[in-house]
Design a protein around this ligand. Structure first.
Ligand SMILES: [Zn+2]
Ligand SMILES: [Zn+2]
Length: 234
């Protein structure tokens, strides 16, 4: 099934996710547009158009990025130094996340990566999403720069505790699960290859299982990095 049809079916089946899925469709368009970008405008323009960002804010971003004296394609994290008021809150944080993602995804990265230090080897984000393949190997996928890399199968991907008794499980009706770490009170979401085969999109699986995030967070566990839309606290 093609992705547009799949998403539109999901919206009908799960009306509580409609808003999130609408935003995800925009993100997919944005990701397509930034491929191969090498100029700041080539990321900012689609960002503004697709997400209906006010003109003045885009101009402000363009000017402030120039003043950073750093190439955001080399180091997208430099955008964290933009003079944005912290009190503007979550919406600005999410915009920044998506913008950084645009710069990360402009060029393709190849190679073998490892998350065994508990951080993304490319952007330094904490793990929050994992795929378990047919051979029972676990891979973390970074929700920001989308790097995929291996990690040990059992234990917490954040504090690296390997003791299986420290991990509790939550599983939803799609067989998507959450590993709760009692040691550091963080959690990550994971799913097996058969779940992936059903949806063919890791980040979409992360979004449709938002209700699991709600349960984990209500129990006092923290998601250490946002989902693909920049949403961390639900
Ligand atoms: Zn990353
Ligand atoms: Zn832990």
């Amino acid at each position: 099934m093609n992705k547009c049809v799949l998403i539109s079916n999901l919206k009908k089946e799960r009306p509580h996710l409609e808003e999130v899925l609408n935003l995800y469709e925009k993100l997919l368009q944005f990701k397509e547009k930034v491929k191969g970008a090498s100029k700041v405008e080539e990321v900012l323009t689609p960002f503004a158009e697709i997400f209906d960002v006010p003109y003045e804010f885009v101009d402000f971003l363009k000017e402030s990025i120039k003043k950073l004296n750093e190439d955001p394609f080399n180091n997208p994290l430099c955008l964290k130094d933009l003079p944005l008021e912290k009190e503007q809150g979550e919406e600005v944080e999410r915009s920044l996340f998506i913008l950084m993602k645009g710069f990360y995804l402009a060029s393709e990265r190849k190679g073998e990566y490892s998350f065994e230090e508990g951080k993304c080897p490319v952007c330094g984000s904490s793990p929050s999403l994992a795929l378990i393949d047919e051979d029972n190997r676990r891979y973390i996928v970074c929700t920001l720069c989308e790097t995929r890399g291996k990690i040990f199968r059992i234990g917490c991907a954040n504090c690296l505790v390997r003791d299986p008794t420290q991990i509790d499980l939550l599983v939803d009706e799609d067989e998507i699960r959450i590993d709760l770490c009692k040691n550091c009170k963080s959690y990550i979401k994971s799913f097996k290859a058969d779940v992936f085969d059903r949806f063919r999109d890791l980040f979409l699986i992360d979004l449709i299982s938002l209700p699991l995030d709600v349960v984990a967070q209500e129990r006092g566990y923290e998601r250490k990095s946002p989902n693909v839309l920049g949403i961390r606290k639900v």
